[in-house]
Design a protein around this ligand. Sequence first.
Ligand code: ADP
Ligand code: MG
Length: 393
Amino acid sequence: MNIHEYQAKALFEKYGVPVPKGVPARSPAEFESALSALGEAPFVVKSQIHAGGRGKGTFTDGFKGGVKFAKTKSEALDYANKMYGNTLVTAQTGAAGRKVQTIYFTKAADISKEYYLAILLDRNTSKPVIVASTEGGVEIEKVAHETPEKIFKIFVDPAVGLQGYQARQLAFQLGFTGDYFKNAVKLITNLYRMWWETDASMVEVNPLITTPAGEVLALDAKVSFDDNALFRHKDIVDLRDLNEEDSKEIEASKYNLSYIALDGNIACLVNGAGLAMSTMDIIKHFGGNPANFLDVGGGASKDQVQAAFRIILTDPNVKGILVNIFGGIMDCNTIATGVVAAARELGLKIPLVVRLEGNNVAAGKKTLAESGLKIESADTMADAAQKIVKLVA
Ligand code: ADP
Ligand code: MG
C-alpha cells in the first residue's frame, strides 16, 4: 500500500525526521487557510499523487510542473487552482496520468545540496538495506548506471538492528561534517526506526537536502507498506486513498484475489502465483499480451471465481479469456462450476479457453461440455495459449 507525500511527512515528523513545514488542502476552499497557516512566502506547491517525477510532469491541459515554486501567496493560489482537479502525467503514471485531488503547500527550503536516501529490503541478502547517494534530486537508476561509485549501501542485520557506527559510516561516506554530520546520523537512525516499526517495504527521500543553517531535511517522501503486515497497523490502513488505486484491484482485494491490471487484451484466471506467471509468459511466447495477473489462490470458491470473471470483464481492453487451472488442493469441478455460472450470469460474448488438469478433472470437463456454452477446451498450456492468441487476433 502506498501513501501520499503529505501523509509520509506526518509519519516522518512523528519519528523525528525533519521536513519543511507543510499543510495539505483537499479542496480549493481550504487553499487560503492552508497558506495562512504556513506564514510567509516563498512556498512550494505540490500535487499529491501516488507517483514520482511530479516536478518534471505535465498536466493533460498542457500546464507544466506538478511541483511549483511560488514567490508570493497569490502565485501559490494560482498554481494550486491550476493543479487541482487536473490530470498529471509523469514518467511513473503511464499515459493516462493521475487526477490531483489534494494539494500540499510547503515552505520553500533554502537548498545547499541535494542527496538521495532510501531504505528497502534487499532480497539477495534477506536484509534491510539503506541506500544513499550524493547525487539527489535526479533519477537514482541513472546514477546507479552511470556513476555507481556515488551510491553507498549499508546492510542491516535484522536481529540487532541498525548500529550507531553504521549510521555514522553512511553520513561520513556522504561527506557530512559538523552539524550536518550529527543531524544526518540522527535522521538516518530515526528513518530506519520508522521503516522498521511501521513494516514499510520502502521509504525513499529524493531529495534529502542540507540548508545553509546546518539542517538536514527530507524534501520529498515516498513510502509504501507491506500489505501482509497491515493487519497490525490500523492507523496506517486509515491513510489508504482509494482514488489512487485501480477500481478492479480494490474489488479483487474484497474477494481475496490477487489481481494486477496490465495493458494487454487476454485476461487470465489462474490458481497459484507461479502458474499465473508462467501463463503470462506463455501467452507472450505465442505473440499475445496478458490483460492482467490474476491468482484465485489454492482453494478458491465458486463465488470467488464468479467475482474474478466480473472483475476481468470490467476491463474494456479484454478480448478473450484464458482459464488455466491446476487442481492440486483445488477441485477442477469447483472451478468449472464457477466458470459456467459466471459465463451465464454475465452473458459472456468473448472467446473463452479453459485448460484444466489435476484433481477431479473429468468432472470439471464434463461440467464445461454439458453447459451448452461456447467454451474452447485445451489440454496443455501451450495448446491453451495458442488457441486464445488465435481467437483474439
Ligand atoms: P518529484 O520527485 O515527484 O518530482 P519532489 O518533491 O522531489 O517531487 O520535488 C521536485 C523538486 O522540487 C525537488 O527535487 C526540489 O528540487 C524541489 N522542491 C520540492 N520541495 C521543495 C521545498 N519545500 N523547497 C524547495 N524546493 C523544493
Ligand atoms: Mg522527488
